[in-house]
Design a protein around this ligand. Structure first.
Ligand SMILES: [Zn+2]
Length: 268
C-alpha cells in the first residue's frame, strides 16, 4: 500500500524518488507542501521577508490570500489589515519588506524557489554562470551539467523544475510583480587559464584528481564535472570512462598527465 501524506487535509500519495533520502507528497495542492514552500520562500537566506513568519504564512494560506509564494508580492496593506491581530504598524512593516524583497539578488530568488538539491551555493553558482532566471530556465541539461559543481542529478532537477506548468506560472507571476530576475555576472577570474574549462578524468599517478583540479583552478581555469561542447580540455588519467568518449565525439582537446604537469610548471 502506498504511503499517504501526514496532512489530514491532503491524503496525497507519498513517494520517495530512487536514490533520495526524503519522501515527498505528490499532490500539487497539498496544504503541508504549500506551507513548507511558502515558509522556505520568505525565510532567511531566501527572500527574507521579515514579519511574515510561520504563523502568518499559515493564516495567509488558510484565508486563500496566498496560494503559492508569488502571491506574496500581490498582498496589499488593506488585505493584511483585515487579518485578526494584524495592526497597522506590522502591516506597514510587512508591506515594506515585501517591496524590498523584490530586489534580492538572483541567487536568493533561485534558492527561494525551492528546487530540490539547489542549496544556496549551487544557486549562487547558477546565478553567476547564467546571469538571469530566464537563461537558467531555458538552459538544456547539457549546459546545466557543464557548470562547475552541478552534476547530472542537479542538472536534471533544475531542468525538470522549469518545465513544470505550475512553476512556470509562479515565475510569470513573479515577473509581473517586478521581482528582480537578473544579476550582474561575477568578474571573470584572472590567470593564464581564465576563460577555459577543464575536466579531469581517470586516475593520475602524481597527484589526486582534486589536487589537479585545485591547481588548474588556481591558474584561472573553470572545472567541469562532465564534458560538454564548452569544455576546453579533458585531462585524461589512467582508466578514463565515458568522458573520453564524449570528448572524442566533440573533438575536445585531450591532455595526458605529462602534458598537464608541463602546463602546471610552465604557467607557474
Ligand atoms: Zn500532501
Amino acid at each position: 500500500m502506498p504511503r499517504r501524506c501526514p496532512d489530514p487535509a491532503c491524503g496525497g500519495e507519498v513517494v520517495r524518488p530512487e536514490g533520495e533520502a526524503m519522501s515527498y507528497c505528490v499532490n500539487p495542492s497539498c496544504p503541508a507542501q504549500a506551507f513548507r514552500w511558502l515558509t522556505h520562500f520568505v525565510g532567511r537566506g531566501a527572500m527574507d521577508i521579515e514579519g511574515l513568519g510561520e504563523q502568518w504564512a499559515a493564516v495567509l494560506l488558510e484565508r486563500g490570500l496566498v496560494k503559492d509564494p508569488a502571491d506574496v508580492f500581490f498582498l496589499t496593506r488593506e488585505q493584511l489589515l483585515e487579518l485578526e491581530r494584524m495592526g497597522p504598524v506590522l502591516a506597514d512593516k510587512i508591506v515594506a519588506n515585501i517591496e524590498a524583497a523584490k530586489k534580492r539578488p538572483l541567487s536568493r530568488l533561485l534558492f527561494a524557489l525551492g528546487i530540490r538539491h539547489v542549496g544556496s551555493e549551487i544557486a549562487d553558482t547558477l546565478a553567476n554562470e547564467f546571469g538571469s532566471l530566464d537563461a537558467i530556465a531555458g538552459a538544456g541539461r547539457e549546459a546545466l551539467e557543464g557548470v562547475p559543481a552541478v552534476g547530472p542529478k542537479i542538472a536534471e532537477r533544475v531542468y525538470g523544475y522549469f518545465r513544470g506548468e505550475r512553476q512556470r506560472r509562479v515565475i510569470e507571476k513573479l515577473r509581473r510583480a517586478g521581482v528582480r530576475m537578473e544579476q550582474e555576472r561575477a568578474a571573470p577570474t584572472e590567470g593564464p587559464l581564465a576563460g577555459q574549462t577543464f575536466v579531469v578524468t581517470g586516475t593520475l599517478a602524481s597527484m589526486a584528481r582534486s589536487e589537479a583540479e585545485a591547481r588548474l583552478k588556481a591558474l584561472g581555469a573553470s572545472i567541469g564535472n562532465s564534458v560538454t561542447k564548452k569544455t576546453t580540455c579533458l585531462v585524461v588519467g589512467e582508466g578514463p570512462g565515458s568522458k573520453l568518449q564524449k570528448a572524442q565525439e566533440y573533438g575536445t582537446k585531450l591532455m595526458d598527465e605529462q602534458e598537464l604537469l608541463r602546463l602546471l610548471e610552465s604557467t607557474k
